[in-house]
Design a protein around this ligand. Structure first.
Ligand SMILES: [Zn+2]
Length: 108
């Protein structure tokens, strides 16, 4: 496996920081709470992507447009982990709704 899952035991309203530069890539103080740093590959929820780099999208089996067009039948976690990106971390955090998670990809 080219990826490593890191489950975060935080609540849905906590900030999430990059493990490399410590920037809050989820920052609830900002008006735009998505604040990707240079190490961020994607920020996704089970229902869709909030952010993705072109580099990472090119390593996925399906395009983001295709996934969003079929978001009622897409397993986002499966799509993310089928990427051929060589090495990455997935921070998984609970969104507070049953069975819904946010996944943040960082370079390893
Ligand atoms: Zn960073």
């Amino acid at each position: 496996m080219a990826y490593q899952i890191i489950p975060l035991s935080i609540s849905a309203v906590d900030n999430i920081a990059c493990p490399h530069c410590q920037q809050n890539v989820i920052d609830w103080i900002q008006e735009q709470y998505i604040q990707p740093c240079e190490h961020t590959l994607f920020i996704a929820m089970d229902i869709g992507f909030e952010y993705i780099t072109d580099d990472f999208e090119q390593t996925m089996q399906r395009s983001v447009d295709d996934l969003h067009a079929h978001d009622d039948q897409v397993n986002m976690f499966a799509e993310i982990t089928q990427s051929t990106y060589p090495n990455y971390l997935i921070f998984k955090s609970d969104l507070g709704a049953q069975g819904y998670f946010r996944y943040i990809g960082f370079t390893a």
